[in-house]
Design a protein around this ligand. Structure first.
Ligand code: CP3
Length: 349
């Protein structure tokens, strides 16, 4: 394995639960609509087209790093990019999210999901390579969608509040469910392997909507597939982060998947999360993104609280509890990144 210069960065060290000079920070959705320069370069270019243009992906990924002293970049892409790359009829509607041409219904629809080959996503390889050479010692995080969340977009046909059809298929047809999850897990593995091979220093599996299932159902219907994804990536040796929203009751199980870092949303304080995950895990999170719309003194005291509770974890990567809201002021995020660094700086012994 090549030793990358990023391996001694505070972000990677915190993921590995090693001592850090200050708490590393990045923000989910740090690129995107909260930035005027993003809205400018995206003008007139559909979301999924922009994800297939490496020079645009590179530019958008780097935009937040020009404003914020964040400790990592995250590849600008989307969880449905690999689905579209294998031929699924999926698009991203502005202001709505991913929508499919027709809902996934039965075993014949499994034919949508052939395995993903690296040659299906040459633009990802190219974008990651170009970013890694620009970023130097700053790590690039690659990512993929988790199997439950991807299944939900396919089965519901688009964004959904409660994912009822998805849970119904999970309960009603376990055989089809496991075949669907297996196919989606295989696609996630290949998509992440492409990014790691091109130089990504860490990966995050976003199973954003998995919080709607019970722990028992998670263990039976989802855990085996997520575990397979993380096991397949283990030989690459890069930190593996796992995140979902509303997963307070699932945190222990998310830690059983083989992830190195468990992402926590804002509903559970980090010290409580640290008690819920198995030993040997770092935590990432978990300031409520809505706090950033409140006055600065509120942001500051809430951020200090997150840092303080995060000390209970074996390693802590500061982040929001979910993505940056589009109406967030970039100046607030810039100030927050600095605050995290200043407030967490350890004085050398
Ligand atoms: O974090 C980053 O800066 C990297 C970029 C990123 C995007 N999507 C870009 C994007 C990442 C990590 C994602 C992952 C993603 N996509 C998730 C998991 C993370 C999460 O938020 O829970 C999910 C559930 C999706 C599906 C999806 N794609 C949604 C819900 C939306 C937003 C719909 C909307 O317009 O409100 C998208 C589109 C999307 N993906 C945008 C961006 C910047 C907005 C597109 C635009 O600019 O019009």
């Amino acid at each position: 394995m090549v030793t990358q210069p990023t391996q001694s960065s505070p972000f990677i060290r915190a993921c590995r639960r090693e001592p850090v000079p200050r708490t590393p920070v990045w923000f989910m959705r740090q690129a995107g609509r909260s930035l005027p320069e993003y809205r400018r370069v995206r003008e007139g270019i559909p979301m999924l087209d922009s994800c297939a243009r490496p020079e645009l992906v590179t530019e958008i990924t780097l935009q937040p790093l020009r404003r914020y002293d964040v400790d990592a970049a995250i590849l600008f892409s989307d969880i449905v990019v690999p689905l579209r790359a294998v031929g699924v009829d999926v698009d991203i509607k502005p202001g709505v999210g991913p929508v499919v041409g027709r809902r996934f219904r039965d075993a014949s629809d499994l034919s949508w999901l052939r395995p993903l080959e690296p040659a299906d996503v040459p633009y990802i390889t190219e974008a990651v390579r170009s970013l890694v050479s620009e970023l130097g010692e700053r790590p690039l995080i690659g990512f993929a969608g988790g199997p439950f969340t991807l299944a939900s977009y396919l089965i519901e046909g688009g964004p959904s509040k409660n994912h009822d059809r998805t849970r119904a298929l999970m309960y009603g047809d376990p055989t089809l469910w496991h075949r669907l999850m297996g196919a989606l897990a295989g696609i996630a593995i290949s998509f992440l392997q492409v990014q790691i091979a091109a130089g990504a220093s860490a990966v995050q599996l976003f199973d954003s909507w998995v919080g709607v299932v019970s722990p028992e159902d998670y263990r039976r219907a989802i855990l085996p597939h997520t575990s397979r994804i993380f096991a397949a990536l283990a030989p690459a040796g890069v930190p593996r982060i796992h995140f979902g929203v509303g997963t307070g009751e699932l945190l222990g199980l998310l830690g059983e998947t083989g992830a190195d870092v468990v992402g926590v949303d804002w509903r559970i304080p980090l010290d409580e999360a640290a008690r819920r995950v198995p030993p040997g895990k770092a935590l990432q999170g978990n300031l409520d993104p809505a706090v950033l719309l409140a006055p600065w003194d509120v942001v500051e005291s809430r951020a200090r609280e997150v840092l303080s509770r995060g000390r209970a974890a074996e390693g802590h990567v500061f982040n929001l509890g979910h993505g940056v809201l589009p109406e967030t002021s970039p100046d607030t995020l810039a100030r927050l990144a600095d605050l995290v660094h200043d407030a967490s700086a350890r004085t050398p012994a």
